[in-house]
Design a protein around this ligand. Structure first.
Ligand code: 3HC
Length: 294
């Protein structure tokens, strides 16, 4: 456990909106850091799936000897799964990790911004590309809104991008820097409020180029990936990584970046569009460029 709340400005109670791939990972990170965590999902089915994701991931950590069964139970004991946004009212910090849809996020920021009870409560988004300033503008608390972008798998990846908008206060940025570094034990970097921030601006054109290469028949998926793993020392190749991130997410980020910069390299290739239309979303759906069983 990295650090619990206590000192002034520290976060004690966290709310996570969305328990999908990223939301459940962020939930695990917060709960393992000792924080009281509420996860809000859209319905009971999604809520049960979120709980299962967190439980399974903690179970795997226990199997690898990283956690004892007692620690798994304690960690799960810190998390409440609900479908009621009202359960976020008393939180010090809310991290929105809903689907990458601007309308959905704007509605959530409007609603949650109005129901937070603490004057200094922070409202953040794990968006990878939607303008933070727009989320702040509808929240009624633009100075306490910013981006906090985790990487998949969140329990493993050390980086967190922090994205203050034009309206975020210095105090908010400083509190989030302390939260990420001291309470979660992760490494923050700061990025400006532009679609893609630092990492996706570099990563997404690379992933899309690999998909174009595969689409054009340059090489097999396995050989493209092997090329980057063995030739460049990457932990996984670009097509396997796209499957891990989710092809719908890669596409959505590419579209947001293309809309902002009109740079052709950010535009999703037709194969990616067709795969998403077909429900071939990668690891989360069981099939993408590769088959994922279990
Ligand atoms: N949840 C929790 N822990 C996980 C995990 C998961 N989903 N997947 C792997 N791990 C842990 C394992 O338990 C293991 O922990 P240990 O070393 O403490 O025992 C460790 O990670 C290594 O796992 P494995 O041995 O099973 O597998 P690998 O060594 O092949 O590592 C990987 C898997 C960590 C996913 C590695 O391949 C990797 O780093 N890949 C690149 C991931 C990446 O680039 N992520 C960023 C995506 S971009 C993004 O998220 C931004 C978004 O906006 C698109």
């Amino acid at each position: 456990m990295v650090g619990q709340a206590g000192q002034a400005g520290q976060v004690g109670q966290v709310g996570i909106i969305g328990g999908g791939l990223m939301g459940s990972g962020i939930t695990e990170v917060c709960a393992r850091a000792g924080l009281d965590t509420v996860v809000v999902e859209v319905d009971d089915t999604a809520s049960a799936a979120a709980e299962r994701r967190v439980r399974d991931s903690l179970g795997r950590a226990a199997k690898r000897g990283k956690l004892t069964e007692e620690q798994v139970a304690e960690t799960l004991g810190r998390v409440t799964f609900t479908t009621d946004l009202g359960a976020l009212a008393d939180r010090d910090l809310v991290v929105e990790a809903a689907s990458e849809d601007e309308e959905v996020k704007l509605e959530l920021f409007r609603t949650v911004g109005a129901l937070l009870e603490k004057a200094d409560a922070l409202l953040t988004s794990n968006t990878s590309s939607i303008p933070i300033v727009k989320l702040g503008a509808v929240s009624g608390r633009p100075d306490r809104v910013m981006g906090v972008h985790f990487f998949n798998p969140a329990p493993v990846m050390q980086l967190v991008e922090l994205i203050p908008s034009l309206t975020t206060s210095t105090e908010t940025l400083q509190r989030m820097q302390g939260f990420v570094a001291d309470q979660l034990g992760k490494q923050p970097i700061e990025a400006t409020d532009r679609a893609g921030f630092v990492v996706n601006s570099l990563l997404v054109p690379y992933l899309l180029s690999a998909i174009r290469m595969y689409e054009a028949g340059y090489a097999s998926a396995a050989d493209i990936d092997k090329g980057m793993v063995l030739g460049c020392g990457h932990p996984m190749g670009p097509l396997a990584l796209s499957d891990l991130i989710g092809l719908d997410t890669v596409r959505a980020i590419g579209i947001s970046m293309y809309q902002e910069f009109k740079e052709p390299l950010y535009s999703p290739p037709p194969l990616l569009d067709r795969m998403v239309d077909a429900g071939l979303l990668g690891k989360k759906s069981g099939q993408g460029f590769y088959r994922h069983d279990g």
